[in-house]
Unconditional design. Structure first.
Length: 302
């Protein structure tokens, strides 16, 4: 009888056990510049953000524990604006493993300088996709969907679209809030949340999403068994970045720059051992589309 009860309980719990969360997100909160405040509130906040990112189901898909997306969030609080209002920066980075290897490739590496929010200790972090309840949870959810969308894009052609659309909805819901970063004129050089998601979903930037799939799924994932073939596919994928650069969908090429922030060092590592002709071809393209890192790309030819 007892055995039957245990089996019944396990059967009832199975749907919940199978539906594992998508993110394995490490969160670090730096508060040295905030003086005269009860520091316990920051420990409580860090724990609440960790649970918000890691214990929430962001998709309807089943993830094994070892399939969770690795990401880190570093928050540097620089100013306390009021009893429950804080200001600072938030740096977000995510990675993805290359198939059948221990190597993790950086997918997203971005610092958001428009981080303002209100928080009372022990206040629950509530989020609703239909409305803006809190700047803190809207911002965390926005980057969760960006991270997940990029990961899905790397496994299937534009597979991240549903999650990018959720990120876009968060931006749309925040158009009337006072906190910066959500509107087209917030921040400098069009580098904010509004432009990030707008560019990701813009047809003019579509080759970058195609690059994410071709570079990772058809290139990097192949290099464990077929190094030359995988590297050749990565070389061809870089032409998609060149296409965007020459088209210049916006004056600052914001999304293209985010690719270089994530991949520049990896380009050097991948092509340093390639054939001379492939090296020359890749370095010529990279010099053109990312002149700021020319000295770095010259190392490929050494």
């Amino acid at each position: 009888m007892k055995r039957r009860i245990i089996i019944l309980v396990l059967l009832l719990l199975t749907p919940f056990l199978l539906r594992s969360q998508e993110l394995r997100c490490n969160i670090q909160l730096v508060t040295q510049q905030i003086q005269g405040t009860n520091k316990q509130i920051f420990q409580t906040l860090q724990t609440a953000m960790y649970e918000f990112m890691n214990n929430r189901n962001w998709t309807n898909h089943v993830y094994e524990y070892n399939e969770r997306i690795e990401c880190t969030i570093l928050i540097n609080l620089t100013e306390q604006l009021g009893a429950d209002e804080f200001k600072g920066t938030i740096h977000i980075q995510s990675s993805r493993p290359a198939y059948n290897s221990t190597y993790n490739t950086t997918m997203f590496n971005f610092q958001d300088n428009d981080f303002r929010f209100r928080y009372l200790e022990f206040e629950p972090l509530e989020f609703n996709e239909q409305t803006h309840l809190s700047n803190l949870t809207s911002l965390l959810a926005f980057y969760a969907y960006i991270i997940i969308g990029l990961d899905y894009d790397s496994f299937s052609q534009e597979g991240g679209t549903p999650y990018f659309q959720k990120a876009e909805a968060i931006v749309n819901n925040a158009q009337n809030v006072v906190e910066p970063g959500w509107k087209p004129y917030d921040g400098a050089r069009n580098k904010n949340r509004y432009w990030l998601i707008k560019n990701i979903l813009d047809d003019e930037y579509r080759p970058i999403r195609q690059f994410f799939y071709r570079y990772h799924r058809l290139g990097l994932d192949l290099m464990d068994s077929k190094v030359n073939e995988g590297r050749a596919e990565i070389a061809e994928s870089i032409r998609l970045l060149q296409e965007v650069y020459r088209r210049k969908p916006d004056p600052y090429l914001f999304l293209l720059q985010l690719v270089f922030d994530a991949k520049a060092n990896e380009f050097v590592n991948i092509f340093s051992d390639s054939l001379p002709e492939e090296k020359r071809r890749v370095v010529t393209i990279l010099r053109e589309i990312d002149p700021a890192n020319t000295a770095k790309y010259e190392k490929i030819m050494e």
